[in-house]
Design a protein around this ligand. Structure first.
Ligand SMILES: Nc1nc2c(c(=O)[nH]1)N[C@H]1C(S)=C(S)[C@@H](COP(=O)(O)O)O[C@H]1N2
Ligand SMILES: [Mo]
Length: 167
């Protein structure tokens, strides 16, 4: 397979049976910088950045039905990246400890979809998200493809810098 073959990338959306249960109780996650150094990010850290709410969010799964509309609140992934990811970031690999994850490209954050900006959400409908509901959950308001970008229980965000080709 060529490195450009997107089917080789486990972080590109692919058919998936959702896990119902969180991989751990701990809602903090690891941020791995381009230099490989990591730091722990807590919900409290996210709450220090501007809180943004996105209305009319749906978790659309053809296999399991659609739920919503929800209002998710948290920090935009763009504000998070500007604060924590340095200058050279081009992609963010957002993964859960259960192995499910998604790749986000810088241009997606700089030109947000009319449906709303991507979030690292810690509230749903004005209430704190429970760990069972996905705390901290990535919300991609434009996504309608079986919820394949709505990563629950974010466990690590890895920054991929410019010039790197990831398979
Ligand atoms: N960490 C993690 N996030 C995940 C999944 C998963 O298995 N693990 N499944 C995805 C899929 S396929 C679906 S349909 C939705 C289900 O979200 P819900 O439990 O809020 O309905 O979560 C998405 N996010
Ligand atoms: Mo799904």
């Amino acid at each position: 397979m060529s490195p450009q073959d997107e089917t080789a990338d486990p972080l590109q959306p692919h058919s998936h049976d959702p896990n119902p249960a969180p991989p751990s109780e701990d809602s903090s996650f690891k941020l791995v910088g381009v230099d490989g150094r990591s730091q722990t990010i807590t919900v409290h850290d996210l709450q220090q950045l501007p809180k943004v709410s996105v209305t009319d969010c749906y978790i659309v799964s053809t296999g399991h039905g659609t739920s919503g509309p929800f209002t998710f609140s948290g920090v935009t992934l763009l504000d998070f990246a500007i604060r924590f990811c340095g200058e050279a970031w081009e992609q963010l690999e957002v993964v859960s400890a259960d192995g499910f994850g998604n790749r986000v490209f810088a241009h997606e954050l700089h030109q947000p979809d009319p449906a709303g900006p991507m979030l690292l959400a810690y509230e749903m409908d004005g209430e704190p998200l429970t760990r069972e509901q996905g705390l901290v959950r990535m919300i991609v308001p434009s996504e309608r493809d079986d919820a394949l970008r709505q990563v629950k229980w974010v466990g690590a965000v890895s920054v991929v810098g410019g010039g790197k080709i990831r398979p």
